[in-house]
Design a protein around this ligand. Structure first.
Ligand code: CAA
Ligand code: NAD
Length: 292
């Protein structure tokens, strides 16, 4: 049975994009956030993203209005009980994710799929916390969700063929290119990308070059659309720090260890674009690299 009723827990950088593309695909979307303020912030993110598409004449204003009409918001977890799938895009913290799924487990129908957008936790750690391990999957989108075609679809040893196939078909219905990934920390892409991002910070700590020149090096030398520090600020330095801690705990390899500079950035609230400051200061017309 096709997925039509989509629940999204968390409407931050990723949840807002997941809600947007699900509504754009004609689905009924219910977003759960932790407060009215967080709902308003999420609603604004979706509006800004759709506004960008209207400005670029990718969609009409009527399209935008219809998409927004398909998205409703709540702070009550129990409102997600009627969903065909619940996708969590809450903070990268296993306890928070498992508390959410644990609360939903007895409320949702037995066919409801629980999908996690985690960057680095294993899906198994979430499947172990609910009574429906056969219907727990990874559904890992990439930032910005409306733009990046890739979605990693992850199954554990307990995931049923039916749940995996329905999720794969759902990813395709969203207009994405899904790949099947094994349930290891970082799946396919982050296993490669996270060490690259952390190594750039280590290179900066060693004084090899400036923030701007390291970014320029990877864009002009390798054709990357963003340099590593622009990317860190785009992903969120708080999220990247949590990802590094989780992957280092999993693999115990130095390449995943969170660099001390990243820890200090997070301690000082320099989360990146979402905080107005990260490796760059975004308060002016142009981003200005931070002085180390
Ligand atoms: N939200 C929605 N749409 C956006 C956007 C955003 N934040 N930023 C840009 N766009 C759209 C624009 O509207 C434009 O759309 P059209 O092509 O339909 O016109 C398109 O993206 C290109 O945007 P721009 O021309 O304004 O800017 P750009 O060419 O520099 O592209 C970018 C912006 C797509 C973000 C590009 O810089 C890029 O691809 N950066 C790398 C992103 C990346 O690596 N993502 C993966 C991060 S890691 C991850 O997600 C996994 C994890 O677990 C951490
Ligand atoms: P974010 O900080 O932008 O958003 C997290 C949102 O979750 C916040 O709005 C917060 O209010 C909300 N939240 C926290 N606890 C909640 C709960 N119990 N119920 C509902 N909402 C809750 O974070 P993000 O960057 O969107 O990342 C979210 C998840 O997606 C993380 O697991 C992250 O690893 C993963 N991810 C992030 C990226 C990225 O580039 N940022 C890419 C892919 C995957």
């Amino acid at each position: 049975m096709d997925i039509q009723k989509v629940g999204v827990a968390g409407c931050g950088l990723m949840g807002s994009g997941i809600a947007e593309i699900s509504a754009k695909a004609g689905m009924d979307v219910l977003v759960r956030e932790i407060s009215d303020e967080a709902i308003e912030a999420g609603r604004a993110r979706i509006g800004k993203s759709l506004g960008r598409a209207v400005k670029k004449e990718k969609i009409t204003e009527e399209d935008r209005d219809q998409i927004l009409e398909r998205i409703s918001f709540t702070t009550a977890i129990s409102d997600l009980a009627d969903r065909d799938i619940v996708i969590e895009a809450v903070v990268e913290d296993l306890e928070v994710k498992n508390e959410l799924f644990g609360t939903l487990d007895p409320l949702c129908g037995e066919g409801t799929i629980f999908a996690t957008n985690t960057s680095s936790l294993t899906v198994t750690d979430m499947a172990a916390a609910v009574n429906r391990p056969d219907r727990v999957v990874g559904l890992h989108f990439f930032n910005p969700v409306p733009v990046m075609k890739l979605v990693e679809v992850v199954r554990t040893i307990a995931t049923s063929d039916e749940a995996f196939e329905r999720t794969f078909a759902f990813a395709r219905a969203l207009g994405k290119e899904p790949i099947a990934a094994k349930d290891n920390s970082g799946f396919v892409v982050n296993l490669l990308l996270v060490p690259y991002m952390l190594d750039a910070i280590r290179q900066l700590e060693r004084g090899v070059a400036s923030i701007e020149d390291i970014d320029k090096g990877m864009m002009l030398g390798c054709g990357y659309p963003m340099g590593p520090f622009q990317l860190c600020d785009f992903v969120g330095n708080d999220t990247t720090y949590r990802i590094a801690e989780i992957m280092f705990d999993e693999y115990r390899e130095e390449r995943f260890a969170p660099p001390p500079l990243l820890k200090r950035m997070v301690a000082m609230g320099r989360y990146g674009r979402k905080a107005g400051k990260g490796f760059y200061d975004y308060s002016g017309d142009q981003p200005v690299p931070m002085e180390l």
